[in-house]
Write a protein that binds this ligand. Structure first.
Ligand code: F6P
Length: 611
């Protein structure tokens, strides 16, 4: 039984309190389901917590209805669609200070109806409930997907497979709070007795991108800035030794704490960087276990390997197999570096913001029409699978969100970059967009030319009413923030309306130039407006985009929570690593197992000469 209730009260929260069996779709599912453990090595595929009555969603009447409808929509230009004020007013939603305007999407009310019908047909709400409850929706790894438990209210209870996961989450968060305060207050010091004012977080992928994005978002928040005075946080992610140089060149080891962040504690790049940092510490402070114990801590779910490395188990901050790497920023992975840098209070606000959007996402007893992540996810499905837009660009009009597009790129592309359904059938529809983005207005001066005149790419614009730094220069017509936001308001209309030949003629442009000036418009976007970028809204944005990705995966019927594709590259790198070692140090010839191209490239590399 999966239970979810408020700890300390006897009151059940009905919408999230139900038995696991209610998630099963048939008696045979019930017999087959294995409640715990991993399914990876088992002979038969595990039963899915929510089964559907079709092989491919593209075979359903709802999908076909949308395909037919897309032909009608393709004939309409956003210029016409935007003229219908009632339509525009109907395509907006609001939740806890987040205002979503999706009137510049190539949709009308019928499109949205059909998309919500598709959501119902795919049992979206059951899938969301299954995720919330801790059912093993990551079927290929036999795991629950519970990153929302990482930001649950500490008074809540979520019992999965006999374990109260929220209690465990808060035990670790309390540990983080305690340790980070001891570092910040100079109680936990370096081996020479100096306070540890520098932190290097060593990790890659999900063990780096999320914390880095949040670090940047907090850096200019006035409260977080005050709390961080005199402290420095660096991230070492790339195995390129130059990254080590860039991280350490201004630091002295006696004032530096290294956090090794790796869920598996087996990622080659991270472990090599961790060993390199240990050498760096030893080179300045002497080769002793004490140095490691004072200067190195870890966030990992592989406690045994951490201990083997030499890190004090008391300074290991655990997380669980039900937290995917790319969804781990709310665990110790983000909590530890960010709490040391900014204090635990800011991190707790970040968790609260994410929790707020989780409550919107999980509130599936209410109409989905008010569920922001669901709306955004369905629009993503519409744009890619029905209108054929292969990419999506994310433009925060906030410099402090400069790393947000990169983080969401991993969240989305590692999650939805798949080619088969949960049952292993090839999809015959497009899934998983190509995500990229840059803060505005910088993006406008780099790749926006293509967005306006080249390939159309649906865009998400994110703006804030109040700036973290409200600068107003005397004599200027508008404040600096207004200048920024002028572009936030202008770009979506430029993309939607474009510029016709007629308009160019009215401007008196010569006829020969007009073809070069015309912008076709009809390029979809959505706008998100929030009060101000602070730890709370940073958490809201994170959850919004995490759940958007989940919604798309649920509708496409793929597993958004595994990442088998990255394994092949890791295996091949292992072979090459072995060969480089044998050739470099033992003079072995490069094996004929490698193809001619790889052999030639490696030979030139080992020879130290291109030619
Ligand atoms: O290479 C893929 C990946 O497994 C990501 O999913 C993950 O975020 C990253 O590597 C790092 O993994 P770990 O935290 O186990 O070192």
């Amino acid at each position: 039984q999966v239970e979810y209730c408020l700890r300390g009260s006897r009151r059940w929260v009905p919408r999230v309190c139900y038995k696991r069996s209610s998630l099963r779709s048939s008696a045979s599912d019930l017999r087959q389901e294995r409640v715990s453990g991993t399914h990876c090595g088992s002979e038969s595929a595990p039963a899915l917590p929510v089964s559907v009555d079709y092989r491919l969603v593209s075979e359903t009447a709802e999908w076909k209805g949308l395909e037919a409808h897309s032909e009608e929509i393709k004939r309409l230009h956003l210029r016409e669609l935007m003229r219908d004020a009632e339509r525009v007013r109907s395509l907006r939603a609001e939740f806890d200070g987040i205002y979503l305007d999706y009137s510049r999407q190539r949709v009308n009310r019928q499109t949205m109806q059909l998309l919500f019908d598709l959501a119902r047909r795919t049992r979206l709400t059951d899938k969301i409930r299954a995720m919330q409850s801790g059912a093993h929706i990551n079927a290929t790894e036999g795991r629950a997907v519970l990153h929302t438990a990482l930001r649950a209210d500490r008074r809540a209870t979520l019992v999965v497979d006999g374990v109260d996961v929220i209690r465990e989450v808060w035990e670790v968060l309390d540990h983080v709070r305690d340790f980070s305060e001891r570092v910040r207050n100079g109680i936990h010091r370096g081996v020479t007795g100096k306070p540890l004012r520098n932190v290097i977080a060593v990790g890659i992928g999900g063990s780096y991108l999320g914390p880095d994005f949040v670090h940047e978002a907090f850096r200019t928040d006035p409260d977080a800035f005050e709390a961080a005075k005199g402290r420095h946080l660096h991230f070492l992610s790339n195995v390129d030794p130059v990254d080590i140089k860039r991280c350490t060149q201004d630091l002295s080891a006696d004032e530096t704490l290294i956090i090794v962040v790796s869920k598996s504690f087996t990622t080659a790049e991270t472990l090599l960087n961790a060993r390199a940092m240990r050498e760096w510490l030893w080179s300045q402070l002497g080769r002793s276990e004490d140095v490691v114990r004072h200067h190195m801590v870890a966030c990992s779910s592989n406690v045994k390997m951490v201990e083997k490395f030499g890190i004090d188990p008391r300074n290991t901050f655990e997380f669980w197999d039900w937290v995917g790497g790319r969804y781990s920023v709310c665990s110790a992975v983000g909590a530890l570096p960010l709490s040391i840098q900014y204090g635990f209070a800011s991190f707790a606000r970040f968790l609260e913001g994410a929790r707020s959007v989780d409550s919107n996402f999980y509130d599936v007893s209410r109409p989905l029409e008010g569920n922001l992540p669901v709306i955004m996810g369905l629009l993503g499905v519409w744009n890619l699978s029905f209108l054929g837009y292969k990419s999506r660009a994310l433009h925060p009009y906030a410099e402090a969100l400069l790393k947000f597009p990169a983080h969401i790129q991993q969240v989305d592309m590692e999650s939805n970059g798949k080619h088969v359904t949960l049952r292993g059938d090839d999809v015959d529809y497009a899934v998983g967009e190509i995500d990229f983005g840059e803060p505005g207005t910088n993006g406008q001066h780099s790749f926006f030319q293509l967005l306006h005149m080249g390939q159309p790419v649906p865009c998400d614009f994110i703006g804030f009413i109040e700036s973290q730094y409200p600068l107003c220069i005397e004599g200027e017509p508008v404040s600096n923030a207004d200048e920024l936001m002028a572009n936030f308001f202008a770009q979506p209309d430029a993309l939607a309306y474009g510029k016709t030949a007629e308009e160019c003629r009215v401007e008196g442009r010569p006829e020969w130039l007009i073809p070069h000036l015309v912008t076709t418009g009809n390029r979809p976007s959505l706008s998100l407006l929030l009060p101000r970028l602070d730890p709370y809204t940073t958490g809201q944005l994170l959850a919004l985009y995490e759940h958007r990705t989940a919604v798309q995966g649920f509708v496409w019927d793929i597993n958004s929570f595994d990442q088998w594709g990255v394994e092949l590259g890791k295996v091949l790198a292992k072979r090459v690593r072995k060969q480089l070692n044998e050739s470099r140090y033992y003079g072995h010839r490069i094996s004929e197992e490698f193809n001619v191209s790889t052999r030639d490239l490696m030979e030139r590399y080992l020879r130290g000469q291109v030619g």
